[in-house]
Write a protein that binds this ligand. Structure first.
Ligand code: FEO
Length: 171
């Protein structure tokens, strides 16, 4: 059975992952409102991924004979100054999530919960990918600032992203 400290920390992270999902769905709605359907689609995929992250943790607590808690959280923001501003906010948010995941690994180590430490490695790797993908979009957006044609191309490319459930969640 999972220890209380590890369980509490994972429950806090479940809340943080669901908040992330809502933040990105809010960004999707904002992008729709400024006629960027591709960026909106990209954020909808991000919304789905964040839900997968949360549910992975819910399932893990259940598997470890723990108690998963589904809790509420604050409203996410609804407006940003621009598409670049929103992606910069997404990047800052992912950096915070990375720090939270690292904190979870610290708890697993302090509690000598080797199983949880291994489970969390998936999230450590996922954060590297998440930060890198948002950073790459920010760089593209900076390159085309002020160019409607460039923005049109980026939006089209962002819209090609499709949600692929991770292998362990696909069954
Ligand atoms: Fe669940 Fe974007 O980290």
């Amino acid at each position: 059975m999972i220890g209380k400290k590890m369980q509490d920390a994972l429950n806090d992270q479940i809340t943080a992952e669901f908040y992330s999902a809502h933040l990105y769905l809010s960004m999707a709605a904002y992008f729709e409102s400024i006629d960027l359907p591709g960026a909106a689609g990209w954020m909808r995929t991000q919304f789905q991924e964040e839900q997968v992250h949360a549910i992975k943790m819910v399932d893990y607590l259940i598997e470890r004979d723990g108690r998963a808690l589904i809790r509420g959280f604050d409203d996410p923001p609804t407006e940003w100054e621009s598409v670049l501003d929103a992606f910069k906010a997404a990047y800052a948010h992912e950096q915070k999530v990375t720090a939270l995941i690292n904190g979870l690994v610290d708890v697993a180590r302090a509690e000598r919960d080797h199983a949880a430490e291994i489970f969390l490695q998936w999230f450590v790797n996922e954060q590297v990918e998440e930060e890198a993908s948002v950073k790459a979009i920010i760089q593209q957006l900076k390159m085309v600032e002020g160019s409607g044609g460039g923005m049109f191309m980026i939006d089209r490319e962002l819209g090609s992203r499709v949600f692929t459930p991770p292998a362990s969640s696909a069954a």
